[in-house]
Write a protein that binds this ligand. Structure first.
Ligand code: GDD
Length: 389
């Protein structure tokens, strides 16, 4: 694989954010020049063999899940965490069937669990991690909550890296590329605390019956702007370094996943930046080893466009609200920035005059969780966990 070398980076305390690096060729000879970075098949394979992929899903078209599973490189075990409908129209059952069929065809290791499995709630309760549970002891709704459940299963499997891909991707080969891009980014890192966030080359839309290759998603563009303004408010220097504020497709070293702070639902991705800035730049450092090793964030621009399911206007507004809320409520956000965020949310018809964004629920790191106990309880009480290995 051939990608642009990391030419520019900005440093905020222990955090180093690299500017976007474009993928130039997916399969290439080893080329060594100062402007390019190439990776041999073996280097990519080595990371892939240590990577686990989590696929959060909620009521997606079943064909899309099928395509995503088939595109995941063979070395990476898969964990599907579903919050799909059950009961009369049992979407979760269809997902389980697709997973079983996929395993029978391919022998690719894969697990699936439902987010509302009582055993999952019980396992989290048993290890004292109640931050993602609702008042009835079930894991709450939300993409982040599903991802965290997936992380716990991944932790138990003892892999070094974890990656996340959405289940609603229309182009299986794009998913295959994303995971190889994760591997390339992780390969470049000098620190055990690294993250790779993907930036789409294009996000096509149909405009006046024609495909139009848009550069930015509506929410991403706004989120990036305000994350960059937060940095500028702190440093006094304007910056455009953040281009992946809402990167649903991202990967981390397990060391970083362990000490990362999370936020509910779709606010998880922008909050990762906020958490890191608050903890490793402008805060009292709790995780000294990570602070001295440094946290590296790579942003990689994919070769493939991103074509996914459109969920409508309300969904976009909710995502915008939750993304900007994490910035608004950060203690690094000053009065001027807060008032700009309010203006933005009003202009997008998300808030009315006088309203403030509601604070999103934050979720602490998973490092202290006793995974053995968690798994023991889960295996004993789970009603939905199926693992094919
Ligand atoms: N387990 C689980 N639980 N999965 C969920 C839930 C839930 O409560 N809600 C949504 N998902 C799954 C979806 O089925 C999909 O696979 C993935 O999470 C992303 O959700 P979408 O609803 O498709 O979000 P999106 O495509 O609009 O936004 C995505 O891209 C953004 C960046 O462009 C998400 O990944 C965002 O988090 C991201 O910021």
């Amino acid at each position: 694989m051939l990608i642009e070398a990391p030419r520019h980076a900005e440093i905020f305390g222990s955090i180093k954010i690299y500017d976007v690096q474009k993928v130039l060729k997916l399969d290439s000879e080893k080329v060594e020049t100062p402007l390019l970075r190439s990776f041999s098949k073996d280097e990519i394979e080595d990371i892939l063999s240590r990577l686990i992929v989590v696929v959060p899903i909620k009521n997606e078209k079943i064909y899309l899940l099928d395509g995503v599973l088939r595109a995941i490189p063979r070395n990476c075990p898969i964990i599907v965490v579903s919050n799909s409908q059950r009961g009369k129209r049992d979407v979760f059952k269809m997902e389980k069937d697709v997973v079983a069929h996929f395993y029978n065809l391919t022998k690719h290791p894969v697990s699936i669990i439902h987010q509302k499995d009582p055993g999952l709630g019980l396992a989290f309760k048993e290890v004292g991690y109640t931050h993602i549970l609702d008042e009835n002891g079930f894991v709450r709704d939300g993409k982040a909550e599903g991802m965290i459940a997936g992380m716990l299963l991944a932790k138990h499997m003892g892999k070094d890296y974890i990656g996340f891909v959405d289940a609603d991707n229309y182009v299986p080969c794009a998913v295959n590329e994303y995971i190889k891009n994760f591997a390339a980014g992780l390969c470049m890192s000098d620190s055990p605390y690294a993250m790779v966030r993907l930036h789409w080359r294009h996000k096509p839309k149909i405009i006046r019956s024609k495909l139009y290759f848009k550069k930015w998603g509506r929410v991403s563009e706004v989120t990036n702007k305000y994350l960059n303004l937060l940095l500028a408010a702190q440093t006094g220097f304007e910056t455009h370094i953040i281009k992946t504020g809402n990167a649903g497709e991202h990967a981390m070293t397990m060391e970083l996943a362990n000490i990362m702070g999370y936020s509910t639902g779709y606010s998880i991705e922008p909050y990762q930046f906020i958490y890191l800035f608050e903890e490793f730049w402008r805060g009292e450092i709790k995780f000294r080893e990570a602070a001295s090793a440094g946290i590296e964030i790579f942003q990689i621009e994919t070769l493939n466009p991103h074509i996914h399911e459109e969920k409508g206007e309300k969904h976009v507004k909710d995502m915008l609200h939750d993304s900007l809320s994490t910035i608004y409520h950060s203690r690094l956000s000053d009065r001027q920035l807060k008032s700009k965020i309010l203006e933005e949310l009003r202009a997008n018809d998300v808030l009315k005059q006088g309203e403030k964004p509601r604070k999103t629920v934050t979720i602490p790191p998973i490092r202290e969780i006793d995974v053995k106990t968690f798994m023991k309880v889960l295996e004993e009480y789970s009603e939905t966990l199926v693992s094919y290995d």
